[in-house]
Design a protein around this ligand. Structure first.
Ligand code: 1GP
Length: 232
């Protein structure tokens, strides 16, 4: 699928302002893709606007469809997040089934992939919005990974620490378990050192907040990830 070779991804939030110069640096950085997504305040109009700006550059651009009303056409790929450790079924299958009932015939399935999220930072917006059970132990995380990878055969497992740098030992353990899914890691990557560590542990490293808080540091993560030994 379209994301199979991605090692480094910048995640941009259509609800956050980014100036033209920073966006240009992000898009020309050598990253494998720009992923648009956010936990709150994202609208169709804001998504179109940011896609249009990213399209000035050649970098592939994908969308995380967190609500069917945000399904803007014209992306290179679409991810549909399912938050496995959310307490309410709405966030694993409920909203998805409702959306497919209405729009299933319009989905470009050849460029659409499910993303099995396990949210591990209880203070993050995504944990609050989805009421995620973030107090899982390693075996609990491993169980969700098997569920996604083996039982449901979701092509992406996403360990989401959004805002804080995660437990790399756990990330490595999860990656070692996966049989078919690609492991995305996101959370608190703000330096080349962290980027390298995450790149050794996961298949794909996602950098979000740093783009807005410290663009120079964010840009330095690209080379660090690309130069790191990939996980087997
Ligand atoms: C957020 O996983 C991404 O969804 C990246 O996390 O914003 O902490 O870099 P950060």
């Amino acid at each position: 699928m379209f994301f199979r070779t991605w090692r480094h991804v910048f995640k941009l939030d259509p609800d956050r302002a980014i100036d033209d110069r920073t966006l240009e640096r992000v898009c020309r950085s050598g990253t494998d893709a720009v992923l648009l997504g956010g936990s709150s305040g994202v609208t169709y109009g804001k998504t179109v606007e940011l896609l249009t700006r990213v399209r000035r550059y050649e970098v592939p651009c994908a969308l995380e469809v967190t609500d069917p009303s945000l399904a803007v056409p014209g992306f290179d790929g679409y991810f549909v997040p399912m938050v496995l450790n959310a307490r309410h079924r709405d966030w694993w299958i409920g909203r998805h089934a409702e959306a497919l009932r209405r729009f299933g015939r319009l989905v470009p399935w050849d460029i659409t992939a499910g993303e099995a999220y396990i949210v591990l930072n209880g203070d993050s917006a995504v944990a609050r919005v989805t009421d995620a059970d973030t107090g899982l132990d390693a075996d609990g995380v491993a169980a969700y990974c098997q569920l996604a990878d083996r039982l449901w055969r979701v092509p992406v497992v996403y360990l989401e620490y959004s805002g804080v740098f995660g437990d790399m030992e756990l990330v490595r353990r999860v990656r070692g378990m996966l049989k078919q899914a690609r492991l995305f890691y996101g959370g608190g990557v703000r330096s080349p050192q962290q980027a390298r560590e995450a790149a050794r542990a996961a298949h794909t490293v996602v950098v979000g907040n740093a783009v807005y808080d410290d663009p120079d540091a964010a840009l330095a993560t690209v080379e660090a990830v690309k130069g790191a030994e990939p996980p087997v």
